[in-house]
Design a protein around this ligand. Sequence first.
Ligand code: M6R
Length: 366
Amino acid sequence: EKGGYDHFMLKEIMEQPDALEDAMRGRVRPEDNQIHLGGLHGHWDQLREADRIVIAACGTSWHAGLVGEYLIESASRVPVEVEYASEFRYRDPVLREGDVVLVISQSGETADTLAAVREAHSKGIPCFGICNVVGSTIARETDAGVYLHAGPEIGVASTKAFTAQVTVLSMIALKLAEGRTLSKAELADNIRALAGVPDKVRRVLNASNGALQSMAHTYRYASNFLYLGRGYNFPVALEGALKLKEISYIHAEGYPAAEMKHGPIALIDRSMPVVFMAMKDSTYDKVLSNIEEVAAREGSVIAITDDKDAELESLCEAVVEIPQTKEFLSPLLTVIPLQLLSYHIAVLRGCHVDQPRNLAKSVTVE
Ligand code: M6R
């Protein structure tokens, strides 16, 4: 049942190339330059013409929602807000005609996310869903939506659901961008890039698993970790920290890289590993100067990059190289080494990877 792996989590990490292919099958169509998402058929104008899209979710799904905010705003120029479902539903949120709520939930059963659906409906606001579990309560109660088709996720730590959620959000963003922010040629280019992601994920898994396993040996005794990223990779920093916390019980925090100097830099010393997403994109120069600041304080820098050059190597204790892709797709690749690192650290620490203490796969209490 675990497909020859020791844990469901590793199986689910490793099956991400297939899960993403399944999520895109028949939907991402480079052959006719189309994104086809039947579940939202008839609702595209509602989304394109919305005054505001409010995304509500919890945990890892909330992190995917943050990536979705960047994706959808830049593609559609519709303002997006991302809310913790648990906060949204208890604070009598301001919702007006013209707003659209989008909830994201792997299980489709998370109590707070379900309550957000009901909150939207009680105010007459349309609510769409992105769920993995077919026929789940949230899938049934939303007005329309998209299934991930990622297959069952058993490990409590969400892995393939996150990448499938970001894939679906990328499809939604491209569909909204069509005829708006992207020309036909640009759309075609982006659709091809999205279709090429599963192969690149495969390359990351093949090339970096061994290296991350040995890095796990080096860092297994750390008691704190910091994860930093900017732009599309800021939510990935949050996700990397959550993965480490929940399965290895090591305290970790994720921040937008530039926030480091507003507080967390005070924590940095020799015993503090700092994981940076350092992709050669519009954020690189600023991230590099943050890396220099950490290195100057003797923090151990681990960088995830698509361009391992001598300068970066001289500043870092470890560098994990991943393939290049378009900036908006990079979370789908940068998150993979972070999943593997937390998995291997948790195994070395003897933790119950698939069923971490105090956690349940779906949180059906509020
Ligand atoms: O099923 P959902 O996506 O609604 O679950 C939301 C969170 O409970 C979930 O993502 C949780 O944070 C995971 N354990 C993270 O790995």
